[in-house]
Design a binder for this molecule. Structure first.
Ligand SMILES: [Zn+2]
Length: 449
C-alpha cells in the first residue's frame, strides 16, 4: 500500500482542509441543529471520493448510505460511523468556538473533530486514496453513517433490521472512541447497558419531620435499604443469578487481558484512588471488561441545598445502570432485579426502565478478520496496537453482530485526550492521517484474509 500511503501524504493538507469544512457544519442531533445539512455534506463527500451515496430517512435523523462495488470481488466490508455531534455547551469554556475549526500544536479543535466526524471522514478519504491510486477497491464497501448516535442511536436498530439486504456484508469495521494513551487500539465489541430507576413513595406530600416523623412512612430510608440490599459486604452484586450467564474468558481472552498495559500508579494519579491489590493487571481488565457491573448513577430525595429543611420527602429515587456482558440481556437482568426486590420485601419500591438499553456484543479476539485489522493498524502506525476484547462502555455493535450476523472490529482514530462531549474537543492531525492509512490498509488486509 506504499502508493496509497504516498497519495495520502501528498494530499494531507487538503484532507485537513476538507475535514475542517465538515466540522464547520453543526450537526447537533439532540437540538436538531444542522443535521440535514450535514447529512448532505457527508453524502457529497462520499460521492466526491468516487462512491455512490444516498441520504436515507429514518423516523428521526437520516442515515447516509454509501456503496462502492468492484466487479469480480466477493467480499464486502460494512463501515459504520456517525456524523452527529453532542451539544457544544458551555460555549464560554471553549478556547475557540466549537464550529470554527482551529489548528493549534498539531491538533484540530472543533466539536466533532474526534467524535466522530474526524474518524468518519478518515474512512471517506481512505476510499478516495485507494480509488485514485488503484482505480478500484479491493473489497466492496458499504458505508453506514448515522445521525443519532449522540441520542443513543434511537432509530438505528429499526433501520438496520429494515435494511438487512442492503447492509449485507462479510465484516463490520468501524471507528469511534479514543485510542489508548500509549497508542493505537483494536477492540472487538462492547458491554451492554440497562438503565433503571427505583422509586420509593410515602405520603401524598412532603411532611414536617417534627409533626409526622416516626409515624409517617420514610421513603428515603426505604429506598436506601432497597438499594443497599443489591450488594453484599464485599461489593459484589447480591442479585440472585446476576452472574449466572457470564461467559468465562477464553484462552485467547486471557492472553489478551494479560498483554494490556497496566499501571496502578497512573490510575491512582488519574482518578485519585489506586485499584485494590486483588485487581491488578489482567484481573483489573477482566473485572472491567468481561464482567457485569451494577452502579448507582444517581440518588435523590429531599432537600440538600443551603440551610436545612426538616421535612420528610414524599418520594426517593435511585438511578441504576447495569453494564452487561455476554450472554446477559437487559430484560433478563431487569427481571432478576425485580425478583430480588420482591424477595427482600421491597415490592413497594417501583422499578422503571429509563433511557436506552443495549445488548452486549463480542467478536472472538482471534478472528481472522481481527488479525487482518491488527496487521493494517501495524502498517499504518508502524507499531503493534494494544488489543482489548471489548470496551467497557456501550456501542451499537450488537446491530452488526446479532442483527446482521457479522464479525465486527473497531479501531478508534481519535487521541485518548480528545475531550469528546466536552469543551475543546479535538483530534490530532497524526491520528486523522494515520486513520486514513489504517482504513486503506484494512481494505487490502480484509480482502486477503
Ligand atoms: Zn459521542
Amino acid at each position: 500500500v506504499d502508493d496509497v500511503f504516498a497519495y495520502v501524504a501528498n494530499h494531507r493538507d487538503r484532507f485537513v482542509d476538507e475535514l475542517c469544512r465538515l466540522l464547520r457544519q453543526p450537526s447537533i442531533s439532540a437540538q436538531n441543529v444542522g443535521v440535514k445539512e450535514c447529512a448532505e455534506l457527508v453524502r457529497e463527500a462520499v460521492v466526491a471520493a468516487g462512491l455512490d451515496a444516498r441520504v436515507l430517512p429514518t423516523a428521526g435523523h437520516p442515515v447516509v448510505y454509501g456503496e462502492g462495488r468492484t466487479a469480480g470481488v466477493a467480499r464486502t466490508v460494512l463501515i459504520y460511523g456517525h456524523y452527529d455531534v453532542q451539544p457544544p455547551e458551555p460555549l464560554e469554556a471553549w478556547t475557540t468556538p466549537p464550529f470554527e475549526p482551529t489548528i493549534r500544536d498539531g491538533r484540530i479543535y472543533a466539536r466533532g473533530a474526534g467524535d466522530n466526524k474526524g474518524q468518519l471522514f478518515a474512512h471517506v478519504k481512505a476510499l478516495e486514496a485507494v480509488l485514485a491510486t488503484r482505480g478500484r477497491l479491493p473489497v466492496n464497501v458499504k458505508l453506514l453513517f448515522e445521525g443519532e448516535e449522540e441520542m443513543g442511536s434511537v432509530h438505528l436498530p429499526e433501520f438496520v433490521a429494515a435494511h438487512r439486504e442492503l447492509l449485507r456484508a462479510d465484516v463490520a469495521f468501524s471507528s469511534d472512541g479514543p485510542m489508548h494513551p500509549r497508542g493505537p487500539l483494536v477492540f472487538f465489541g462492547c458491554r451492554g447497558i440497562l438503565e433503571l430507576e427505583l422509586v420509593a413513595t410515602g405520603a401524598r406530600r412532603d411532611l414536617h419531620s417534627g409533626n409526622y416523623g416516626g409515624v409517617a412512612p420514610a421513603p428515603a430510608v426505604r429506598l436506601a435499604r432497597a438499594v443497599a440490599s443489591l450488594w453484599d459486604r464485599r461489593g459484589r452484586v447480591a442479585v440472585r443469578g446476576f452472574y449466572d450467564r457470564v461467559r468465562p474468558p477464553s484462552a485467547a481472552d486471557r492472553r489478551v487481558l494479560r498483554a494490556i498495559p497496566f499501571d496502578a500508579g497512573a490510575i491512582a494519579r488519574d482518578i485519585g484512588v489506586a485499584p485494590p491489590r486483588a485487581l491488578r493487571g489482567a484481573a483489573y481488565y477482566r473485572r472491567l471488561l468481561l464482567e457485569p457491573n451494577l452502579n448507582v448513577a444517581g440518588l435523590g430525595a429531599g432537600y440538600v441545598g443551603p440551610g436545612f429543611k426538616t421535612s420528610i420527602p414524599r418520594e426517593a429515587l435511585a438511578r441504576l445502570d447495569a453494564r452487561l456482558v455476554m450472554d446477559q440481556t437487559p430484560d433478563e437482568i431487569e427481571a432478576k432485579i425485580r425478583a430480588h426486590l420482591r424477595r427482600h420485601g421491597f415490592a413497594d419500591v417501583a422499578v422503571r426502565r429509563v433511557g436506552g438499553s443495549f445488548l452486549p456484543s463480542r467478536t472472538p479476539v482471534g478472528h481472522p478478520f481481527g488479525r487482518a485489522v491488527i496487521r493494517a493498524v501495524e502498517r499504518a502506525w508502524g507499531r503493534r496496537p494494544i488489543v482489548i476484547p471489548n470496551l467497557g462502555g456501550g456501542l451499537p455493535d450488537h446491530l452488526f453482530t446479532q442483527t446482521l450476523g457479522l464479525p465486527s472490529v473497531w479501531v478508534p482514530y481519535a487521541p485518548h485526550d480528545e475531550s469528546n462531549h466536552a469543551p475543546d474537543e479535538n483530534t490530532t492531525i497524526e491520528a486523522f492521517i494515520n486513520g486514513i492509512r489504517t482504513t486503506a490498509a484494512a481494505l487490502f488486509e480484509l480482502a486477503a484474509a
